[in-house]
Design a protein around this ligand. Structure first.
Ligand code: B12
Length: 479
């Protein structure tokens, strides 16, 4: 009998506080496209894992259920193996799902992995693993690409380990095409693709693997073609791509060349109009993108269909010491990065974080002023959140500053740790900042300011409006 495997992404129990849930955008595009659009993007881990499992186990039936677009029908799903992916906001729901499977199909084995467990089995996540092992049979820590042969073997021998850890970082040089055909692609707003994995900046708040690896450019093109072919076969129009991770954050010469090579191949792909694909994409970069050595890369990005780049400015005080430059010089550099990107016809989303120990009281005003001065129409402002597996989590745990609260509070709008100042004061100042930033009059002012660098013709104003209104909805809900 073929092995029945179900891969699950749990629903977010509380979506109202998530900036990137894009609730307004989902509603409006559903109306416009006359079909339901239920989630920003699919959980990429699941089609990838499906493909990795198929490589080591031919005789299996794999089903993907993303609970954010489709409920789980527990009475009809009879799996031998359940694999759940979870970030921290999905972890409580993943425990509920595991309980339900244990009740309805007690013979099924349950595996759990994803961002909640960080990248390595460090001592500070032991409690997190223990908590999860109350509900599931095995936890997978970090990237699973090289682990599936072991996992499936152990499963078949009925000898699953409590934990599996990625000791041998996957190099991503082999082509692995995610099983996009197992996803209801029509229900998602945009397409999440990885052209790289990891990030070598190693910020204290980030869970991303510290080893930056870029996929060979040809493989990225193959993945895009694979996705476009499936969209085409299912009669779904091509949707814009979001490149996850920091491929566009090259720190050395060889990485820069690889990023350029990818852009050149994307340009060729775009010119050939594969299945009429007009290719547009968004991605993430860091503020160094304004440096002269990245000029050519930016040109290539623009030509290859880049619409928007999210720049992680985070917090002026976070960089202050490591960059060893004055605050005013840093702000100048940041402004220069925004200007440079826009001058190539690519818009910028600014991402900011407040709540650092190092920050001065003036951080709220400084962030506000910077966003206005640079005319950042789209700005995401969150509260520092020490996710498990990050060095902030470790530090706050050691300093006994982590608050005892539900994992659902880790939505990046709450203080889940004690700041050095009064928590109430910080939280109120954060809300006040959101209110000012998402105020309509202020947004209009920033749009005018942006025109100093970029004409509005270059901007996809429709999708921008959808994002603005989605962010405003979160801010209204919070305040
Ligand atoms: C793309 C992305 C998004 C997209 C799409 C999200 C989606 N539906 O997947 C958007 C922009 C919508 C988004 C939103 C948010 N995101 Co996001 N996002 C990412 C990003 C950049 C890439 C995720 C991805 O596709 N990875 C590719 C897959 C292949 O990697 P993977 O999931 O890690 O899977 C591998 C392993 O973990 C393992 N694995 C995973 N699951 C399982 C399960 C089993 C059983 C096994 C065995 C193995 C396994 O195997 C896989 C292959 O090796 C990550 C950063 C990152 N690099 O991971 C942040 C990240 C996941 N996001 C994060 C956050 C906080 C959010 C938001 C809450 C932000 C906000 N305040 O709004 C929202 C959530 C709302 C929502 N609706 O999703 C955090 C989560 C941290 C945490 N511990 O919870 C991350 C890790 C970034 C960070 N700051 O550290 N996000």
């Amino acid at each position: 009998m073929a092995l029945e495997i179900v891969l699950i992404s749990p629903k977010y129990l509380k979506k109202e506080t998530l900036f990137w849930n894009l609730s307004y955008a989902l509603e409006e595009t559903s109306k416009m496209w006359r079909q339901p659009i239920r989630s920003p993007s699919y959980p990429l881990a699941l089609p990838l894992i499906a493909s990795l499992i198929q490589k080591v186990k031919k005789d299996c039936n794999i089903q993907i259920i993303d609970e954010n677009v489709h409920p789980i029908d527990f009475s009809n799903v009879k799996p031998d193996l359940v694999c759940i992916t979870a970030n921290t906001l999905q972890i409580e729901r993943s425990f509920q799902i595991a309980n339900e499977f244990r009740e309805k199909t007690p013979e099924a084995k349950i595996l759990l992995g994803g961002a909640h467990f960080g990248n390595s089995k460090d001592y500070e996540i032991i409690e997190i693993i223990k908590e999860a092992l109350n509900y599931v049979d095995s936890i997978v820590i970090g990237e699973s690409d090289n682990l599936w042969e072991n996992i499936i073997n152990d499963f078949e021998r009925k000898k699953l380990e409590d934990t599996y850890t990625c000791d041998n970082i996957p190099q991503l040089d082999k082509l692995v095409l995610p099983c996009f055909d197992l996803l209801p692609l029509e229900l998602y707003l945009f397409r999440n693709l990885q052209a790289s994995r990891g990030c070598n900046r190693q910020c204290s708040f980030c869970t991303v693997n510290p080893n930056l690896r870029l996929k060979p450019a040809d493989n990225v093109i193959e993945e895009i073609k694979h996705l476009r072919t499936i969209e085409h076969n299912k009669n779904i129009e091509h949707r814009s791509i979001f490149f996850s991770d920091n491929l566009l954050n090259p720190l050395n010469h060889s990485e820069l060349n690889k990023a350029k090579e990818l852009m050149e191949k994307l340009i060729k792909y775009k010119e050939k109009r594969y299945l009429q694909d007009k290719l547009t994409w968004d991605g993430q970069v860091d503020s160094k993108i304004g440096m002269k050595e990245f000029d050519e890369l930016l040109n290539l990005m623009a030509r290859s269909g880049a619409q928007r780049l999210l720049i992680g400015f985070e917090n002026f005080y976070f960089y202050k010491d490591s960059e060893k430059i004055s605050l005013s010089q840093m702000k100048k550099n940041f402004l220069n990065a925004v200007k440079k990107v826009r001058e190539k016809g690519i818009d910028v989303i600014g991402s900011f974080m407040i709540g650092f120990d190092e920050e001065a009281d003036s951080i709220f005003d400084e962030t506000y002023d910077f966003i206005n001065e640079s005319g950042l129409v789209l700005a995401q402002i969150t509260v520092l959140t020490p996710f498990p597996g990050t060095s902030d989590f470790r530090r706050f745990q050691n300093e006994k500053r982590l608050l005892k609260c539900s994992w659902n509070k880790y939505d990046c709008t709450n203080f889940v740790f004690s700041p050095l100042e009064s928590i109430n004061n910080k939280q109120i100042q954060y809300y006040k900042l959101l209110k000012k930033i998402y105020d309509d009059t202020n947004i209009e002012k920033r749009k005018r300011k942006r025109q100093e660098h970029m004409s509005s013709e270059a901007i996809n104003l429709f999708s921008e409006e959808l994002i603005i209104k989605s962010f405003q909805r979160v801010s209204d809900y919070l305040i």
